[in-house]
Structures are given as structure tokens and as C-alpha cells.
Design a protein around this ligand. Structure first.
Ligand code: G6P
Length: 592
């Protein structure tokens, strides 16, 4: 993953540091900057956060051309040597890279054989050395030759001592270009440059960018100019700050964002597909990664109660390589908070190529995913900063549930009355969640008991099982406690062997039809001395209850996940974890 940035501007150093802070959600293993000052490039990098880098910079660091990087490690351990930028062996080039150079081993082998010494274990360093090798008096030509040697996914920004230009090479990893009256910005994310740039362009694949004070030009890998359109963007607000943790703030925002998501759905015209397309659909895929996948899992379970066509949730990284059937009868919802998750974008590309209809369900309508898909809907959760996704999950569920309800209605598998019931019931969710949040003291107290668990298992049945999956994901990603989710009936096929004192089981019991069944599972684990907590609007024996309000039976997932989000947060806080930036993770995963 990683965030990359480059600028030609009067405040290049400050702008780079600001942009890196904004990009830190893409990785925070290390940070670095390279500044061109006169004929030299001065390069500084450090393991850890951007604030560490900032503290290490000399006060006289100045220049009008700079590149910067925040890293999520793929090749090579987390250390300053593996941090970007990288110098070429002659120090005449410096590069930052996001993506994976898949053929780097053979490139490295050849460079090493020709006498080049590598300073890092990364794939990215090969790019800097290739540029120096190919330079024969024309930087653009060296960039073209280098680009043609690279395989994999890459967005690379390059500066050199030879001219005042910034160069970039792009294939599959995101790269946006912004321009001002007398400068340019190259970056992984529009949001991080729109405070400066008046106009931006999304760089297509297999394109080279040349930027300087007088403008930006685009070339293909054959060196021929290619046309790329710029569009105006709204100025982004300054990076939000928070007293305390973003994660807690974002959980507290869930009621408002859930209301906003429904309002947004109505305002944008909802599903909004031509009747001909709706008629053709015989199969629906819900594709995403992590929390976004869990929202697909939940909505698939809900949809199967409303329609009789195949509704299939699939993990995006599996979709790409497996042989899921796709044809013109296929509708796929590609779910992604950031819209930059590489696996989800690849899945969308595959579905389009094979004739399916692609529908992005995202929190970032200017994202790469939005450009790949046939249609886009905004989940309206507003910016989410904590790595562990919370409010975006609830808004994905609202938007997807409404989309699938409309689809079921248009396909004639539910009537108008049922459709309207679901839509109306959405209006009560905000206050149901408000109630849970105002009673959070009990959840915070339970966290004290859960924090010392040797393992935590989440169980549920039917639409409660995806909630168990999301609860488990939240807990493990920010507390580092081992956790798994199971359909409750599966416990007896293996996992019961792990039940003993010290283990916690969290049961989700919102499906009134299956209450007896989940109560039996609770009893089975309690008998084996596991501590049991049950999230439910009902009464369940042998468990400590987290009571939630009664809502429409199809909408429990949007509500019952909230106590689990809070519980994870409080457990992680009690264990002194960095809840907003958990170890080894990043908010946006832009490599396959
Ligand atoms: C990362 C984040 C998760 C997120 C997943 C998918 O792993 O840490 O919180 O659910 O990516 O992200 P997306 O932006 O595609 O929803």
C-alpha cells in the first residue's frame, strides 16, 4: 500500500508534510521526504510516524520540489533503510513508490551483477537504480525505458537533479495529479491535495506524467502524448482533529450517519437502474474486503429473505482468481469505504470485462473504484479516519439494504407494502442506536472482563452470523486478542474443543425464529465454563446480556453491531492499544 506524494510549489516541504499526515491512513510503518534544493537532492527518512520524520528534519530544509512517502511494509521489514524515498546509486534520482514491482528480483539480480549496491530489501529501490542506468541526457527517455521494464502495480513519483520537473509512472496503483496557477501536486489520494489544487486529473494506467510550474503533460509508455482530462474539485477541509480517539468519535456518529445514508439514498434516486437491466438480473454478487465484505455477507443474508435469485457475497481477492460465473445477467455491488482497495477494483474490472453490471457502493465517489464501475452510490458516512471501520459499515448496510429492497420490489418478489415497511423502519434505527450509545457504561465495564480472555469466539445464526464476523474482526484488529466467528451450529464440529475457563463467547441473538437454537449453543459453551455475553433484544439464560432495542427483523445487523464496535474499542483501550492505528494494518489496502 503506502501513500505517495510529490509537489512543485513555493512551500514544498510544508506541503509534503501536510500531505503525508493526510496519507498516513495508507500506512504508518515509516515516512520519508526528498527535497531538491539547487543541484542536490536531500533525503530524510525514519521508521514510524510522520511526526517522527518531522521531528528529525533540519530547520534549514528548503526547496520547491519535494517527494514524500508513508509506508505499509510489503517487501522488507519495518526500518529506516526500507523506508522511501530511495536514491539511485549516483544520487541523481529519488523515487517513492506505491504498489508491488512483481519482477523486482530479476531486475535486482541484473543490477547487482552490473555492480549496483542495494541499501534496502524493497522492490521499490530497483526503480531508482534503473533510472540512473537508463539516463543518457534525457530524463523523460530514462523514465520511459524504466517504465517498460516494470511489471506489477505501481504509482511512482520521481525527482532528479537534471531538471525541475517531477515525473510519475502509473499502472494499477492510484495516482491523481492536481494543478494550481504555478505548481503541481501528484498524490495517491485526491482528498490530500484538494486543499491546494484547483483542478485534478485521475491518471490512467500505463501513463507517464511530467509536471512543472507551467503545467502537466501525459505520455504513454511508448513516449507518445496521451490526452487526460482535468476536472474541478471542491477544496477539502483541513484534516480533522479529535480530542481522544477517532474510532470512538466515529462510533458516536453512527446514529446521524445512518439517518444521513437513508436520506442520501432517497435524494440520489435510489437503485436507479433501467427496467430492462433489472429484468435481466439473475444473479447478484456482493463483493468487498474486510468490513466491506462483512456488510455484503449481512445484506446477502437479509436479501435471501426477500428474493429468490442468487445473492452471493464474495471476498474480492477470491473473486478475482476463482471462476464465479459472470454474464450479462449479473449485477455486482462492489463495496468499499475508500474505493481504493486493489482487490475490489480488480474484481470490478473482471466483472465489467465479462459483461456484468458493476455498481460501486462507496464512501468516496471520486475514488478509483468509482471510475471503474458502471454506476456509483455514496453511502454518506463522511470521512472515516480510524483504521477499524465503524460508521461506514452501518452506512454500507443501510445503503445496500435499501438497494436490495428496491431490487426485490422491482423484480416483484416483495410487494409495495413490504418495501415501504423496510424504508419506514430505517427511520427508527438512529434512535435505537442512540439508546445503545447512551447505555455504554455497562459495555465499558464488560470490557474489563473480556480483556484478559485467552480467545474470544463470536457466534450467530442466519443474519446474526455476519454481525458475529464483523464483531470478531473489530476485536482482533484493534485489541490483538485471538478471535473467530462461527455460525453457532458449527461450534459442535470442532470449536467446542477449545471451550474452557478464560475463553469468552459472544452470541448475537436477534433472530426471534432461531432464539431456541442459539440459546442451546449458549448453554453448550457455558457448560464448558466459557464466559458468555449475549447481544439480544430478548432474554437468554446462561449469559450476561447486552440488551438492544427491538427493530424491524431485517435491520438488526445495523443496530446489533454497535455494542460490538464499542466493546472492541473499550477492550483495546484497556490493553493500551493504539486504537486508531493498530499495528501492521492500514486503512486502505492498495496492493493485491
Ligand atoms: C482495510 C481496512 C478495513 C477495511 C478494508 C476494506 O483492511 O483496515 O477496515 O474494511 O481495508 O477497505 P475498503 O476501503 O475497501 O472498504
Amino acid at each position: 500500500m503506502c501513500g505517495i506524494f510529490g509537489t512543485i510549489s513555493d512551500n514544498a516541504v510544508n506541503d509534503t508534510l501536510k500531505a503525508l499526515k493526510c496519507l498516513e491512513y495508507r500506512g504508518y510503518d515509516s515516512a520519508g521526504i526528498a527535497v531538491k534544493n539547487g543541484k542536490d537532492i536531500r533525503l530524510f527518512k525514519t521508521a514510524g510516524r510522520v511526526e517522527n520524520l518531522q521531528a528529525d528534519l533540519p530547520s534549514d530544509l528548503y526547496g520547491c520540489t519535494a517527494i514524500g512517502h508513508t509506508r505499509w511494509a510489503t517487501h522488507g521489514e519495518v526500518c529506516a533503510n526500507n523506508a522511501h524515498p530511495f536514491y539511485s546509486y549516483d544520487r541523481n534520482f529519488a523515487v517513492v513508490h506505491n504498489g508491488i514491482i512483481e519482477n523486482y528480483l530479476s531486475l535486482k539480480y541484473n543490477l547487482t551483477a552490473s555492480g549496483v549496491n542495494f541499501t534496502s530489501q524493497t522492490d521499490s529501490e530497483t526503480v531508482a537504480h534503473l533510472l540512473a542506468k537508463y539516463y543518457e541526457g534525457d530524463v523523460l527517455q530514462a523514465v520511459v525505458s524504466t517504465a517498460n521494464r516494470l511489471q506489477g502495480s505501481f504509482a511512482i513519483v520521481i525527482e532528479s537533479v537534471y531538471d525541475g520537473n517531477l515525473y510519475a509512472v502509473k499502472n494499477k496503483s492510484p495516482l491523481v495529479v492536481g494543478v494550481t496557477d504555478n505548481g503541481a501536486y501528484l498524490c495517491s489520494d485526491i482528498r490530500c491535495i484538494s486543499r491546494w489544487a484547483d483542478k485534478v486529473a485521475v491518471t490512467p494506467d500505463n501513463v507517464i506524467v511530467v509536471a512543472n510550474r507551467s503545467g502537466v503533460k501525459f505520455y504513454g509508455f511508448d513516449g507518445e502524448p496521451v490526452p487526460v482530462k482535468f476536472f474541478s474539485v471542491d477544496k477539502a477541509e483541513e484534516e480533522a482533529s479529535v480530542d481522544g480517539d477517532f474510532m470512538l468519535k466515529e462510533i458516536m456518529e453512527v446514529p446521524d450517519k445512518v439517518r444521513q445514508a437513508k436520506k442520501g439514498y432517497i435524494e440520489c434516486g435510489g437503485l436507479n437502474l433501467p427496467a430492462k437491466t433489472v429484468h435481466r438480473i439473475k444473479r447478484v454478487y456482493l463483493v468487498g474486503c474486510g468490513t466491506a465484505y462483512n456488510s455484503g455477507l449481512e445484506v446477502a443474508a437479509v436479501s435471501r429473505q426477500m428474493m429468490d435469485i442468487d445473492v452471493i457475497p464474495v471476498i474480492a481477492s477470491e473473486f478475482i482468481y476463482d471462476s464465479y460465473p459472470v454474464d450479462s445477467y449479473t449485477l455486482a455491488f462492489l463495496i468499499s469505504q475508500s474505493g481504493e482497495t486493489a482487490d475490489t477494483i480488480r474484481a470490478a474490472e473482471r466483472i465489467r470485462q465479462q459483461g456484468g453490471f458493476t455498481y460501486a457502493v462507496t464512501n468516496t465517489v471520486t475514488s478509483s473504484l468509482s471510475f471503474v464501475c458502471d454506476k456509483v452510490i455514496n453511502i454518506r458516512a463522511d470521512a472515516e479516519y480510524a483504521v477499524a471501520s465503524t460508521k461506514a459499515y452501518n452506512c454500507q448496510l443501510v445503503t445496500l439494504t435499501l438497494l436490495m429492497t428496491d431490487l426485490a420490489y422491482l423484480k416483484g418478489t416483495i410487494g409495495e407494502e413490504t418495501r415501504n415497511k423496510v424504508f419506514d423502519a430505517m427511520d427508527g434505527l438512529g434512535s435505537a442506536i442512540d439508546k445503545i450509545l447512551s447505555d455504554s457504561y455497562e459495555i465499558s465495564r464488560l470490557a474489563e472482563e473480556v480483556k484478559d480472555s485467552s480467545a474470544v469466539f463470536f457466534i450467530g445464526k442466519r443474519a446474526d452470523y455476519p454481525t458475529a464476523c464483523e464483531g470478531s474482526l473489530k476485536l482482533k484488529e484493534i485489541s490483538y486478542i485471538h478471535s473467530e466467528a462461527y455460525p453457532a451450529g458449527e461450534l459442535k464440529h470442532g470449536t467446542l474443543a477449545l471451550m474452557e475457563q478464560g475463553v469468552t463467547v459472544i452470541a448475537i441473538a436477534c433472530d426471534s425464529d432461531l432464539l431456541d437454537k442459539i440459546a442451546s449453543s449458549v448453554s453448550e459453551v457455558a457448560t464448558r465454563k466459557a464466559r458468555v455475553i449475549c447481544v439480544t433484544p430478548y432474554s437468554v439464560d446462561n449469559a450476561t446480556l447486552i440488551k438492544i432495542p427491538v427493530v424491524n427483523r431485517l435491520l438488526y445487523g445495523i443496530v446489533s453491531v454497535v455494542p460490538l464496535q464499542l466493546l472492541s474499542y473499550y477492550v483495546a483501550k484497556r490493553l493500551n492499544r493504539d486504537v486508531d492505528k493498530p499495528r501492521n494494518l492500514a486503512k486502505s489496502v492498495t496492493v493485491e
